[in-house]
Design a protein around this ligand. Structure first.
Ligand code: MD3
Ligand code: FE
Length: 221
């Protein structure tokens, strides 16, 4: 091909913004990765939340978390005045957490594989719900039994500014915007880095409404 139209079809003109952004040595943002799963994922999420509804939990320090939590899978993360832990029972009902739905597991396993973690076997999916103003302070995730497995997170609804810190609490965090459908995979040397979420801005998402829901898949047991 030659002439003025040729350039329109050159690789540069077809270049999309990067779908996979490396944010750490072994951490990647996969932009829009969850979008093809959304129609299967949302009804399954609704079923999980009917069985184990969102609730606000209290930290060992006595503070009520601004994010509301639920879980599915064999283990669910909980906190109360006695400490943080993974439990096979939902403390609200004393029943097992809902099973991890197939679509959620498939999404998490294929995102992990895309980021180079080939045999991810999640047994816990923590579901965080943020309304505008809710946040998550800088912390490390240290309640899982083994840190070899990555953590996979799926962002739904309102945008968030994610804080990705270093290995010391005082390390200045990078700010990373996360949008509906984005998936982030953290593993290896980045697994114990401090992280948090800035207060969610006011807004209404066309599909999810006035909230952000974040799913984090882990191998906890
Ligand atoms: C980075 N949740 O539930 S997702 C959490 O958006 C949590 O709800 C945030 O931090 C949220 O613990 C952030 C992800 C996340 C999870 C584990 C990580 C990021 C991580 C472990 C190491 C580094
Ligand atoms: Fe965390």
């Amino acid at each position: 091909m030659s002439g003025p139209t040729a350039d329109l079809f050159a690789d540069d003109a077809l270049q999309q913004p990067p779908r996979r952004e490396q944010i750490g040595e072994q951490s990647y943002v996969l932009r829009g990765f969850a979008l093809p799963w959304i129609d299967r994922l949302l009804p399954e999420l609704r079923r999980v939340l009917a069985q184990s509804p969102f609730r606000q939990m209290v930290t060992p320090g006595g503070f009520t978390m601004s994010a509301a939590l639920s879980s599915c899978g064999a283990l669910g993360w909980t906190t109360d005045t006695h400490g943080y832990r993974y439990s096979p029972l939902d403390p609200s009902s004393q029943q097992p957490w809902p099973a991890l739905p197939d679509a959620l597991r498939e999404l998490a396993v294929s995102a992990a594989a895309d980021a180079g973690f080939s045999d991810f076997a999640p047994d816990a999916c923590l579901i965080n719900r943020y309304v505008p103003g809710a946040k998550m302070s800088l912390h490390q995730d240290k309640n899982e039994r083994c840190y070899n497995a990555p953590v996979v997170s799926v962002s739904l609804g309102l945008a968030a500014i994610f804080l990705f810190g270093g290995h010391e609490r005082g390390d200045k965090p990078q700010k990373i915007s996360l949008f509906h459908g984005d998936v982030v995979v953290w593993g290896g040397v980045d697994r114990l880095r401090f992280h948090g979420v800035m207060p969610i801005k006011e807004g209404v998402h066309p599909i999810m409404g006035p909230q952000r829901i974040n799913l984090t898949f882990r191998t906890a047991g």
